[in-house]
Design a protein around this ligand. Structure first.
Ligand SMILES: *Cc1c(COP(=O)(O)O)cnc(C)c1O
Length: 420
């Protein structure tokens, strides 16, 4: 006799995707991507590309910068920044923030660029003071750029980009400020022009709710001039070749049309909700998750990996587990028994943490469902935890005015970038 459980492997309902990317695709994005590709000479293709460029400019908070898009993941956009800005043998500073800053540093070294790293203290934001010191001491003025990861997705830490701007200014150093905002774009406040970030790097599959495979850089005039003087041989990544009115040139070949259709739909959703509201929603949902983690931590088995609350990301929360608890077993249980997909630890954090992504196309009950699923998995694993979901409910059920007030504050802080 076959037992009912083995009759079907179908799992009803929804798998809750709570990795910090790729994130859930809104149906509007899925539908847009199901459209037939266009013939390469069709002016509708130029219109689509122009709309994506201007939408991305708004999200990046830049009026003047050029936006270049690549049929590539985020690592492709890293390579674009490295190959356009620094020649082999030249030097960049990478501010240590965790797994992603280290991967970016190794990527630059792999391309022959020399890297000076600032130390990364586990559970803390990147150290702008150390960058200031390094730049002040560098009298030759040969450092080309300072690379900072805004939200380091591996550790769940968000660093203060303004502090890095101030560090470069205080040292009166000509180095460019290059920010990886892959995990924070469209989730945390970011204003490229106000911060005088020279190059900003984003990708499709995080808060922008598009499948992986599309990445983009916003490049200001100062950075473009550095690229002009950079002799590094490059073709596919080259900003100057891509600075063209022809869509075939913009993409160094056939544009990834269906991803662009998805991006166009996603940007439409962002502007329909309002960028300030999207950012306020991410703040609120992050507050709910973090209130739950605070509650869970009362019994000592789990707790925050990131020490200062202000450095905790609005996109992903990293939860440290007591020695002896296997977060990978918890993840498997959460996924297979409770249909909640959460992330594990990368690099030196493997086996020590798990991560809950809370970015993109999410609302309050989805976050509550995820938290309840994680609680259920902790319960089934014998992990001790204090009340979490109840704390999250309290945050989410707080006065509506507080949420609206948050959006108004974000609105006031965002310098509205006019559509070009
Ligand atoms: C996801 C991510 C990347 C890399 O993206 P891939 O698409 O996996 O290459 C880079 N930086 C940050 C901060 C990220 O979160």
């Amino acid at each position: 006799m076959t037992s009912p459980a083995s009759l079907s492997s179908r799992i009803p309902g929804t798998l809750f995707l709570h990795a910090p990317g790729p994130t859930r695709l809104p149906p509007q994005v899925v539908n847009a991507m199901g459209t037939q590709p266009l013939e390469l000479g069709d002016p509708a293709l130029d219109t689509l590309i122009a709309a994506c460029e201007s939408g991305l400019r708004r999200v990046f908070g830049t009026a003047q910068s050029d936006v270049f898009m690549y049929a590539a993941n985020g690592h492709g956009a890293w390579e674009a920044a490295i190959s356009n800005l620094a020649a082999p043998g030249q030097c960049v500073v990478v501010a240590g923030s965790g797994t992603f800053s280290e991967a970016w540093a190794l990527h630059a070294e792999g391309m022959g660029v020399r890297v000076q790293r600032t130390a990364c203290e586990e559970g803390h934001a990147a150290d702008a003071g150390a960058v200031a010191q390094l730049l002040r001491a560098e009298s030759a003025r040969e450092i080309v750029a300072v690379f900072v990861v805004h939200t380091d997705t591996g550790s769940g830490v968000t660093s203060n980009l303004q502090a890095f701007r101030d560090a470069i200014d205080a040292a009166a150093h000509p180095a460019l400020l290059v920010a990886d905002v892959v995990a924070s774009l469209g989730a945390a406040p970011f204003d490229m022009d106000a911060l005088r970030v020279d190059v900003a790097i984003g990708a499709s599959q995080k808060a922008l709710m598009v499948p992986p495979g599309l990445s983009f850089v916003a490049v200001n005039e100062k950075a473009l001039n550095v690229a002009r003087n950079n002799p590094t041989p490059r073709v596919y990544w080259d900003w100057l070749r891509r600075k063209s009115e022809l869509s075939y040139r913009k993409f160094c070949g056939t544009p990834p049309q269906n991803l662009l259709m998805g991006l166009h739909a996603a940007l439409g959703l962002v502007f329909e909700e309002g960028l300030a509201q999207v950012i306020a929603r991410h703040r609120l949902l992050a507050d709910a998750v973090q209130a739950a983690v605070q509650g869970w931590s009362e019994r000592g088995d789990v707790g925050f990996h990131v020490r200062e609350p202000k450095s905790r990301s609005v996109s992903v929360t990293t939860i440290a587990v007591r020695e002896g608890i296997d977060p990978e077993a918890l993840r498997t249980l959460a996924r297979e028994r409770f249909q909640v997909g959460i992330a594990g630890g990368l690099g030196s954090l493997a086996g020590r943490i798990f991560r809950i992504g809370h970015l993109g196309d999410l609302n309050a009950p989805m976050v509550l469902g995820c938290l309840a699923g994680v609680e259920a998995a902790m319960h089934a694993s014998g992990i001790a935890y204090g009340p979490g979901v109840a704390h999250a409910v309290r945050v989410l059920a707080g006065p509506l005015e507080a949420t609206r007030g948050e959006a108004a504050l974000v609105e006031a802080a965002l310098v509205e970038t006019p559509a070009p």
